[in-house]
Design a protein around this ligand. Sequence first.
Ligand SMILES: C[S@@+](CC[C@H](N)C(=O)[O-])C[C@H]1O[C@@H](n2cnc3c(N)ncnc32)[C@H](O)[C@@H]1O
Length: 405
Amino acid sequence: MPRDVPLVSEQREYLVLTVQQARQIVQEWLAEIQLSNVTKLGLPEIDDRYHYWRVPLCANSGAKVGEVVIDAYTTEIMAAKTTRPELLTARLLKQDEAKAAAPVQSKREYILSSLRNSVGLGDSLHLLDDMPAESVDLIFTSPPYFNARPEYSEYEEYDEYLFKMRQIIRRCHRVLGDGRFFVINISPVLLRRSSRNQSSRRIAVPFDFHRIFIEEGYDFIDDIIWLKPEGAGWATGRGRRFAADRNPLQYKAVPVTEYVLVYRKHTDLLIDWFIRNYPDKKVIEESKVLDGYERTNVWKINPSTNSKHPAAFPQELAEKVVRYYSFKGDVVMDPFAGSGTVGAAASALGRRFILFDINPEYIDIIRAEISSWKDVNLNNVMWINCEPAETEKRQKQCSSSSYPP
Ligand SMILES: C[S@@+](CC[C@H](N)C(=O)[O-])C[C@H]1O[C@@H](n2cnc3c(N)ncnc32)[C@H](O)[C@@H]1O
């Protein structure tokens, strides 16, 4: 029967479209490593989140002995994700598997970032390109709102906005350490109606971001709900008409929540690896989260009273995220830093910070407040494309914009 709906693999224009093609690639690989006669193929499956084909490998007895992973876009066999030929041979010959399975995880070295506290003025898209790969341990941010308030939105089309956010999320992936977390505070936006004959439109921004994160190589970990007091929602104007008229169908829920979505850069490393391999056991001990932590995914926090930035999130929220998803001394980055709440939270908890914002007014706020943040050594802050804070200015000229190696 003819299909009218194209397969996902066809829509994405993969080079490997069918089960037969995936099998053929694996047969050729097995012939090359001279294991064709002793290996049977299981059913190939497409993993369209990561654009891979996974082909199970079985012994003639039917027992699974490994897997081949193929890049669906290029037909390439992904060596790092495919069972190594020598391990395969060992399993097939019932050799000592443990010996053959080189402990890849424990062989990896834990590299501590050398970045120091930094504040950068400019478009994160470009600032991120100047940063060393895998030099950040945690990202926490809230992105600019799409057209919510014209004073800090430059995008006319939603797709254009999403495209820009995708580019920044992609660059964040490069600078974020393997297996470390990207936490984003985000909520749907309301596009107000332009006339009485039109309806207002609510855009489910978090769900579009979710897709971007998955496609850009992050794994979804948690959806935390930031719950505000009821009064906070009425300011949006939503639900007022219904409250007055009470007509069915007019009902609109007053929004009193925002999402705090938690992603992790895709990795084969278990969380446990980070705890076991961290070079300084004292830091692990000191980073332990004490009693009174949030046990559920609903966090009740009052909104920020920061009048200097229209969309600042509360420091309490930033502190929880920093405490739960980083160790002391780690580097925490906010590529949309606004008034620098993430920087204040990071220093309050003994972490380093990297803050970028495109708006010089917000960099001015950070500059004015940074000396009040806990334990910030002003002489050790790197200012990129901007003047240092007053006290530092007296002591040195604005530093260069290159990162230490
Ligand atoms: C929602 S606000 C962040 C507020 C911040 N969490 C705080 O507590 O103050 C988003 C920020 O992103 C900044 N921004 C927008 N586009 C940017 C870009 N391409 N690069 C860097 N910053 C950007 C805006 O100037 C704005 O301050």
